[in-house]
Write a protein that binds this ligand. Sequence first.
Ligand code: AMP
Length: 120
Amino acid sequence: MSETIFTKIINKEIPADILFEDDKVLAFKDISPQAPIHFLVIPKKAIATINDIQQEDDAVIGYMYRTAAKLCAEMGVSEQGFRTVMNCNDDGGQTVYHIHLHVLAGKPLGWPPYQEKRKV
Ligand code: AMP
């Protein structure tokens, strides 16, 4: 798998606004926030898409969600609520091929979360 920008963030080759880090995951603010709070939780292991998650990765996927919930609690938005999203491939809107959990909060979020692509 070719290296993504998130590997560079893990390796501190490019900067990021890091919220949490340990040996398994990294959480940092999204560079293009879509809500007052928008951060990403990524595994340190490079997994390209949801389709590439292996059984051995089950624990880290759960840990990504627990990290998201812990950070939301620290930010005081647990009760009000938040949204997690993981996009997969083109139709899912994935642009960085290292899985990442988007965590959005701080305002009421609309549903459904998509707009039909305009036909040309
Ligand atoms: P997705 O489209 O689901 O693959 O999401 C990729 C996300 O990564 C987007 O929300 C981008 O704004 C975000 N992103 C891309 N580059 C960076 C970066 N250098 N630092 C923080 N977030 C980034």
